[in-house]
Design a protein around this ligand. Structure first.
Ligand SMILES: C[S@@+](CC[C@H](N)C(=O)[O-])C[C@H]1O[C@@H](n2cnc3c(N)ncnc32)[C@H](O)[C@@H]1O
Ligand code: SF4
Length: 403
């Protein structure tokens, strides 16, 4: 265990990440809220129910630790050659940030403002579970300075929500989206999950009807992933539920894209659609463009100038590490040129803007030719871009380019 003052330069053999400088791209802050009222059967995020935590951690002890981590990180960044950039984006995610309530989330933002300078036009998002929101909650967030709300809707079909162990009613997410818009949020996202066992085309259509009726300017649509170690994985293994079918998933994706496109929401990343450039999630674009970000909170990941670190996962251990001083990192790595290239190809190709041809290694040329021949990518003068068919097979195209 290494403990060191945040303002002390760290030796190269330390567990603490050795930072060289900022990378020069956008700078964002992610804060991880590790609490959920109940655990959804499909989810393997680093999150805990009150029963799982007992007295080992609480929202109050978590917030105190986050304050400590932000202070330690700000002090560490002050040692770098380049002044710490203004924070262009903040994303409070989870877990279920809305469990902190409007006042708790306002305190999170104050904690960031105490240590960092937010850009005057910063995008400030919080995720929320529809069941822990109401009009007063959204009004409080808006007054505190949040600019964007992301709501986990998943489906409008009650039997699908039941399979996913979601506890809100089908209508609650749409009502929450409307309440957030009424509170003055121009930027609202709904997350949906498609391909849940038992979901029909008609169920998906009902979800899309609900999304479009909510009038949001952003939609994230994720195919259901059966994550190891989850209750869903156990049910699939026992034969109680079928695994999601790849052909069904592809057909559902196309259905989503057609409906959203017709309503003026265009894809800008394989799983994300927005009503114009200003509706895109700048924070996530920072990740996908290889920007710098500090991830605060249990299990959060950070990336600064090609150095990546990840925090200890359990909230009690996280708070303990913060109290010891320094960053609560469980590990860190300095990306090699090969790793940076792999990340660049994986992330940029999933974007509508595509991968700059100049960034592609010469030995990828045969794979590009194959993907073009198969109608999976097209070349503009400067970029390689997935076609509609290519978006369905994005992972395979990336694998081939990197083989
Ligand atoms: C942190 S949650 C969103 C906020 C809040 N906790 C909620 O669930 O309403 C992030 C999103 O990840 C997606 N997600 C989580 N696990 C998934 C899985 N196994 N397969 C597909 N999507 C998943 C869900 O759409 C979820 O809304
Ligand atoms: S999907 Fe959201 S509410 Fe459900 S367990 Fe995961 S983080 Fe918690």
């Amino acid at each position: 265990m290494v403990s060191s003052s945040a303002a002390t330069p760290i030796a190269a053999d330390s567990e603490q990440p050795v930072l060289r400088d900022f990378g020069g791209g956008a700078f964002g802050i992610y804060v991880h809220v590790p609490f959920c009222a109940t655990r959804c059967g499909y989810c393997d995020f680093n999150t805990y129910t009150a029963g799982e935590l007992g007295t080992s951690a609480s929202p109050a002890s978590w917030l105190a630790a986050v304050r400590g981590e932000l202070a330690a990180a700000a002090a560490r960044f002050d040692l770098l050659p380049t002044p710490t950039p203004e924070v262009a984006t903040v994303f409070v995610g989870g877990g279920t940030p809305s469990l902190l309530g409007g006042d708790g989330l306002a305190e999170v933002l104050e904690a960031i403002r105490a240590e960092f300078t937010l850009a005057s036009d910063a995008e400030i998002t919080t995720e929320s579970n529809p069941e822990s929101t109401d009009p007063a909650f959204f009004a409080r967030l808006r007054a505190a300075g949040y600019t964007r709300i992301s709501l986990g809707m998943q489906s409008a079909a009650s039997h699908v929500l039941k399979t996913l162990d979601r506890t809100h009613t089908p209508g609650r997410a749409v009502a929450a989206a409307r309440e957030s818009r009424a509170a003055g949020f121009d930027h609202v996202n709904l997350d949906i999950i498609y391909g849940t066992p038992g979901e029909s085309d008609a169920d998906l259509d009902a979800s899309l009807d609900a999304v479009l009726a909510a009038g949001v300017d952003h939609v994230s649509a994720y195919s259901l992933i059966v994550e190891d170690g989850t209750a869903l994985a156990r049910r699939v293994r026992r034969g109680e539920l079928p695994a999601p079918d790849e052909d069904v998933l592809a057909a559902r994706y196309e259905r989503i894209d057609v409906r959203l496109r017709a309503a003026g929401l265009t894809w800008y990343e394989v799983s994300n659609w927005a009503a114009g450039d200003s509706a895109r999630c700048s924070h996530n674009l920072g990740y996908w463009d290889g920007g710098d970000w500090l991830g605060a909170g249990p299990g959060a990941h950070s990336h600064v100038g090609g150095v990546r670190w990840w925090n200890v996962k359990h909230p009690a251990r996280y708070a303990h590490r913060v109290a010891e001083g320094g960053l609560p990192a469980a590990g860190w790595e300095s990306l090699t040129p090969e790793e940076r290239y792999t990340e660049r190809v994986m992330l940029a190709l999933r974007l509508r803007t595509g991968l700059p041809l100049a960034d592609l290694a010469p030995d990828a040329a045969p794979a590009v030719t194959r993907a073009e021949r198969d109608g999976l990518v097209r070349r503009t003068g400067t970029h390689l871009i997935l076609t509609d068919a290519g978006r369905l097979l994005a992972d395979g195209v990336v694998r081939d380019l990197l083989a």
